[in-house]
Design a protein around this ligand. Structure first.
Ligand SMILES: *Cc1c(COP(=O)(O)O)cnc(C)c1O
Length: 484
């Protein structure tokens, strides 16, 4: 009894009292406010040599530190080092966001800690997540009874979809090595990971020829399927992209949808980056046919500007999703009897999970969907503006932007263009006011401008053009790189 009492006293430290909560919360909120007040001037990339190693000077021990010290460690080692995805100057990879009301949604979800995995445990939380899946289905043209899951990101969404395709098409050890997956060389690497993780690595990958805009050529796809069928192979899956990461290319979804239906193949569309452009008029036209697919991956932490931690997968036929993820456990027998609404635990590998729905529901409700659509249209126009202006500065462009990614490079008067553009990327990154990244296309070193932060506006793009001009002039003034 004495031990119990002693332990309870210490355990109760886990529940700070009202006053302690208030004091701590105030400092946390202040920290967040300071960050947001400075966001316009904070660097998009902070190049440092220490890379946040100071964190290790404060090891985890049995004893507490105070909130000021904790926030200082966070500020000095985490929030002021490396890439700043919350900055509108983040124009590399696929930029992230950080909509404020999402943070408040996460706060509330963490406080009440609803069990969002099972309808039985939290009918409200599951209903909210299903409502969001329903909204995604609606904007993407899926039927009302389509299933889906809010995942931690696009990679897991792709994995769930590819596993569903595997099980729906009964791919197993007996037919694995003669089963064919059709995809593009531009497919995101998470697709390759998903193929490996789902045990499909021994399938035959068929890379379909692309057109000049890095899109799958539908007639080449048709030919490849026919040829494989004639050779006794088992074509079962097509993976198309609605906005590739490299250049933002949208495969001809409508034609590919017809081909998949004709040959009874599963069509998965990776719309992690491009999917939400369907909220704009132009995007709707460009993504036409996406509704013909069997599954879609789409990332609210990209196209809806949410803080990291929210992707989504949609599968048109719920039974195909359940096939891979149903479970039976004796200790769950009460929960299993509830069938009112599909539960996330039946549709994903997860059981206990973060109540992710709230971080999407709250901003969508508090802001309505209109500002999101406007912000996406703004991004497309900014890409078009950059595409036009960068050519005036003497840069070469790779292909016209389909969504909000522009690929370009500078050809120096003398020396190796690849080395020059590599230096240029490094110089812009070191400068840090904006962050750009690069890729390889047809063996060439190419710069990418990916516009997707909700904080990127005309001012940011003008600044980027100015910085690029400055850096090119500086590098052109140096000796040719090959002569150094
Ligand atoms: C970002 C991205 C992914 C991976 O999504 P994560 O959320 O980073 O896991 C998959 N496909 C495409 C096209 C992407 O742009």
């Amino acid at each position: 009894m004495q031990r119990l009492k002693d332990l309870e006293k210490i355990s109760r430290q886990l529940e700070p009292a009202t006053g302690q909560r208030k004091a701590t919360r105030k400092k946390v909120i202040l920290y967040g406010e300071d960050f947001l007040k400075q966001i316009e001037t904070l660097k998009a990339y902070n190049y440092t040599t220490d890379k946040g190693i100071g964190l290790l000077d404060s090891p985890l021990t049995g004893e507490p530190i105070d909130i000021d010290e904790a926030l200082d460690l966070l500020k000095q080692n985490v929030d002021s080092r490396g890439l700043n995805p919350a900055s509108g100057g983040h124009l590399g990879y696929i930029p992230g966001g950080g909509i404020y009301y999402s943070a408040l949604g996460d706060y509330l979800a963490a406080i009440s800690n609803r069990f969002a995995g099972l309808f039985f445990a939290s009918p409200g939380a599951v209903r909210m997540e299903n409502m969001l899946i329903g909204w995604l289905s609606e904007i993407l043209g899926y039927p009302g009874n389509a299933a889906g899951n809010l995942t931690s990101g696009g990679s897991i969404a792709n994995l769930i979809a590819i596993v569903a395709a595997r099980d729906a098409k009964r791919i197993n050890s007996k037919n694995l090595d003669r089963s064919v997956i059709y995809l593009s060389q531009q497919a995101h690497h998470s697709v390759h990971k998903a193929i490996r993780i789902s045990g499909l690595n021994e399938c035959i990958p068929r890379y379909v020829e692309l057109d000049a805009g890095y899109r799958i050529q539908a007639d080449e796809l048709e030919n490849a399927i026919q040829k494989d069928k004639a050779n006794g192979l088992n074509p079962f899956l097509i993976i198309a992209s609605a906005g590739t990461t490299d250049v933002g290319a949208i495969d001809p979804l409508d034609k590919i949808g017809d081909i998949a239906a004709k040959h009874d193949l599963w069509l998965h569309v990776d719309a992690a980056y491009g999917g939400f452009f369907i909220l704009t008029e132009e995007g709707k036209k460009k993504l036409a046919g996406i509704e013909k697919s069997d599954s879609i991956c789409i990332d609210p932490h990209k196209g809806l500007f949410l803080p990291y931690g929210l992707g989504a997968v949609l599968v048109k036929d719920i039974s195909q999703m359940k096939k891979s993820h149903y479970y039976l456990a004796n200790y769950m027998q009460d929960a299993l009897s509830s069938t009112d609404e599909p539960s996330p635990a039946d549709l994903s590998p997860e059981l206990t999970k973060h109540f992710r729905g709230l971080r999407l529901w709250l901003p969508l409700k508090l802001l309505g969907t209109k500002p999101f659509a406007a912000c996406l249209e703004e991004k497309v126009l900014l890409a078009k503006y950059f595409y036009k202006e960068i050519q005036k500065l003497g840069f070469e462009v790779e292909c016209e932007p389909e969504l909000s990614i522009v690929t370009y490079r500078y050809i120096p008067k003398t020396g190796d263009p690849d080395a020059f553009n590599k230096r240029l990327t490094e110089e812009v990154q070191k400068d840090g006011r904006v962050f750009i990244s690069s890729t390889m296309l047809n063996g060439k070193f190419i710069l990418r401008l990916a516009i997707l932060s909700f904080r990127t506006h005309l001012k940011t793009i003008k600044l980027t053009l100015k910085i690029l001009k400055e850096k090119v002039e500086m590098l052109e003034g140096e000796l040719p790189i090959s002569d150094i």
